[in-house]
Design a protein around this ligand. Structure first.
Ligand code: GLU
Length: 492
């Protein structure tokens, strides 16, 4: 019987969930679901200097929003936990002791200063810096002397000489590393906390992970991890290192680059839909067999395979994401999109903090009016700005429309019709415009364009009847009267 597939996403709580991390989570999730296996989310927090308060909770929150549901994690025990590295120190301890007892690892008493000086000297000689092996063969007496001095030891892994370690990578093919290029590395710091390279192996092995799917930046760590698997005679998992995501200009993404939106939380807050991000991110690296771009989650689960993940870097194209998000916004219910738009409108002062039922219904209709156009929810504020402004500013194009000779007639007739509507509605407005046509003899562009421009200031826009309805009769009448009463000033 073949082994049950188990994969994991193992973020370190060093900041918000980056799109690169979200993509790794997604590939793991899809791979697990495709094979009917398990998806584990584990927190790797042993690098305490880099940990950021709250980051763990935020990561989990972002992942939950993204929708890569997991089977086991800090909140869901699958029997191989704990799922947070710092809760596993006892486990690591016993494995470290074992390596030391077997002579596969040893205490190193070199201080930070000594190691720095060593590195500098190596660099000066033009060598690649690596641990020189100072403490490799300490005698019990030397160890005692260091201990008596009060020095604290880190534990180093004894790298075997003259060996080759080959990663059979599902994406990159075979990648071979020479052990001689790798100095004895630290697996446990003087404070007793293991390093990532050690903890990750113990965790992956004990959690029965079968496939490690992660970012390419970890490929160079893999030979060190393979050495540890070998030392314990653990069976190593299979590996798949996913290529980087690059900026539109082809350069490596920097998390500090604020001109790019790189964190899932930011996308959520701008009003992107998780299913759009899922669809977008999967295509940053994976490609389907057929020409298809829009996929449901079920389709992705069915189609995803590591063999179709590219080894070339993917380029991040925000326009494509916006196009895709717009696609999903158009399909979503008005209620859901309004829910996303409302906080932005409130923040902009367009809506009150508390909405009445009527205001909510009005907002939903407004959102429907712009749903076709919205790339993400925050855009509603600008798109719908003219609903909330006191007057209208007419630009040159608008003035040219209003200067046409039929405009005063049309305005006057429209004013009369609109004020005499009994029940103000989009249909009634349509009827009013028809009556204006009959009364003035102007139709089509000559009729609708000046009305649109007078009331909205724009020559283009969404459905006119619905726009006039949502603006409300009072505003419409006010804006029309303004054109009639101040005609010379308006068109000048
Ligand atoms: N904790 C690592 C990171 O956040 C993940 C390492 C791994 O997947 O092996 O980059």
């Amino acid at each position: 019987m073949s082994k049950r597939i188990r994969v994991r996403f193992a973020p370190s709580p060093t900041g918000h969930l980056h799109i690169g991390g979200a993509r790794s989570a997604l590939f793991n999730y899809l791979f697990a679901r495709h094979h009917g296996g398990d998806f584990v989310v584990r927190i790797e927090d042993t690098d305490q200097k880099r940990n950021v308060e709250d980051a763990e909770a935020k990561l989990i929150e972002s992942l939950r929003w993204f929708g890569t549901e997991w089977d086991e994690s800090i909140d869901k025990d699958g029997g191989v936990g704990p799922y947070r590295s710092m809760d596993r120190l006892d486990v690591y301890r016993s494995y470290i002791d074992r390596l030391v007892a077997e002579g596969k690892a040893y205490p190193c008493y070199c201080t930070e200063e000594e190691l720095n000086a060593e590195r500098e000297a190596q660099k000066e000689r033009g060598e690649t810096p690596r641990y020189a092996g100072t403490c490799r063969n300490l005698t019990p007496e030397q160890i005692q002397a260091y201990e008596a001095e009060g020095r604290k030891a880190s534990i180093r892994f004894r790298v075997l000489e003259n060996r080759q370690y080959t990663v059979h990578d599902h994406i990159r093919g075979e990648v071979t590393f020479e052990s001689d290029g790798i100095g004895d590395f630290v697996i446990c710091r003087p404070d007793g906390i293991p390093t990532y390279n050690f903890a990750v192996v113990i965790d992956d092995a004990l959690m029965k992970i079968t496939h490690v799917i992660r970012g390419e930046e970890h490929l160079s760590n893999t030979p060190r991890q393979l050495m540890i698997y070998e030392a314990f005679e653990f069976e190593a998992p299979e590996f798949a290192h996913v290529a980087l995501i690059l900026n539109p200009d082809g350069k490596k993404m920097s998390k500090r680059d604020e001109s790019l939106i790189q964190f899932m939380e930011q996308y959520r807050d701008l009003g992107y839909l998780p299913e759009a991000l899922m669809n977008f991110l999967v295509l940053l690296g994976w490609s389907p067999e057929e020409e298809q771009e829009i996929f449901t989650r079920e389709e992705l689960i069915e189609k995803f395979s590591l063999s179709r993940v590219s080894k070339s870097p993917a380029i991040f194209d925000i326009h494509k994401l916006n196009w895709m998000n717009n696609h999903y916004i158009k399909q979503a219910s008005a209620e859901r999109i309004a829910e996303l738009c409302i906080p932005h409108m409130q923040k902009a002062g367009q809506l009150p903090e508390e909405l009445s039922e009527e205001q909510r219904r009005w907002t939903e209709r407004l959102v429907v009016l712009y749903q076709e156009q919205l790339e993400y929810a925050a855009q509603i504020v600008e798109l719908a700005a003219m609903f909330f402004e006191d007057g209208v500013n007419y630009d040159e194009e608008a003035k040219a429309v209003l200067a046409e000779e039929q405009v005063t007639d049309v305005m006057k007739a429209f004013h009369e019709e609109v004020t005499s509507i009994e029940e103000y509605s989009a249909d009634a407005i349509k009827g009013a415009l028809k009556s204006v046509q009959k009364a003035t003899g102007h139709k089509g562009k000559k009729l609708f364009m000046p009305v649109r421009v007078a009331v909205t200031g724009f020559t283009h826009g969404r459905d006119l009847n619905e726009t006039l309805f949502l603006l409300g009769r009072e505003t419409v009448v006010q804006r029309i009267l303004n054109v009639i009463n101040n005609y010379e000033r308006v068109v000048k």
